[in-house]
Ligand binder design. Structure first.
Ligand code: ZN
Length: 271
């Protein structure tokens, strides 16, 4: 059979159908003869398969439309990264960047990163969120980090004009972990999510995000005013759960506030 660069998830189906394929029949071999083992797996939970699947889900939620937002997963000493500026619901495993963790040099804005694998397709760039994802890996020992451009997050940053978003007495607070990776909060805890100011270039958020994560060690995520949310977790499942809980809490917090009702009833009265 002819060997060509795969371009669809159909490859996985075909591998499943031919469990005993030999090397010559292996479509994971590229046209240039290289094997891209870092992103080739028929395990649906392999990061290179999960990132496209999760991006499709987040797209339908309105979190990563217009090519915004993104996700990164860490597995052992490897970090997997979606490309920037692409249709997030159409990402394929072959579009994924793979980086070694830790990096040989400090990861900060506007510096070069070391890669183990870059997509062969021209025009694909690493996500501009990379140093921000790195904040979650280095400061919280996270295993996954999600960045959304959710309108609920943006609205929350407009109605909470100070340094933090706060809400209490909501069942979904129990889905949030202390620091994003610790024990889960109780119904009686007040959720506090710090807000940083937006910058024209995403990478320039790196330092203020890092400062806020250190100032608020219990924060499970960081809101970016007029922009969106960064949230992380020890695993992709936990990061996703917390992203969903936070988004719910931003949405309901905005609605409660717009109704003129108390968002933190113990503090504001109204319990
Ligand atoms: Zn963004």
């Amino acid at each position: 059979m002819s060997i060509s660069r795969h371009s669809s998830t159909a490859k996985y189906t075909r591998l499943d159908e031919h469990q005993h394929h030999d090397d010559e029949d292996d479509e994971s071999i590229h046209s240039d003869g290289t094997v891209d083992e870092l992103i080739q797996s028929d395990d649906p939970e392999h990061p290179a398969n999960l990132i496209p699947e999760l991006c499709r889900g987040f797209y339908t939620l309105g979190w990563v439309t217009g090519t915004g937002g993104g996700i990164s997963l860490k597995s052992g000493n490897l970090v997997y990264l979606a490309p920037s500026g692409v249709q997030k619901e159409r990402i394929l495993p072959e579009h994924i960047f793979v980086l070694p963790y830790p990096q040989p040099a400090v990861v900060k804005a506007h510096t070069e990163r070391t890669f183990l694998r870059k997509p062969k397709q021209e025009g694909l760039k690493e996500s501009a969120c990379t140093p921000l994802f790195w904040n979650a890996y280095e400061l919280r020992n996270a295993g996954a980090c999600i960045h959304t451009h959710s309108q609920h997050a943006v609205m929350a940053t407009l109605l909470w004009k100070g340094e933090v978003f706060e809400i209490s007495h909501q069942e979904m607070i129990k889905g949030i972990r202390i620091g994003g990776t610790g024990k889960t909060l109780s119904y009686l805890d007040t959720l506090v999510v710090p807000i940083i100011e937006n910058t024209p270039h995403e990478e320039d958020l790196t330092e203020s995000m890092s400062e806020m994560m250190q100032k608020y060690p219990d924060a499970a995520g960081i809101l970016v005013r007029r922009h969106g949310l960064y949230v992380w977790g020890p695993t992709w499942q936990s990061a996703k759960t917390q992203a969903e809980c936070l988004d719910y809490l931003f949405e309901i917090g905005v609605k409660i506030k717009l109704m003129g009702l108390p968002v933190c009833p113990a503090k504001e009265g109204g319990l």
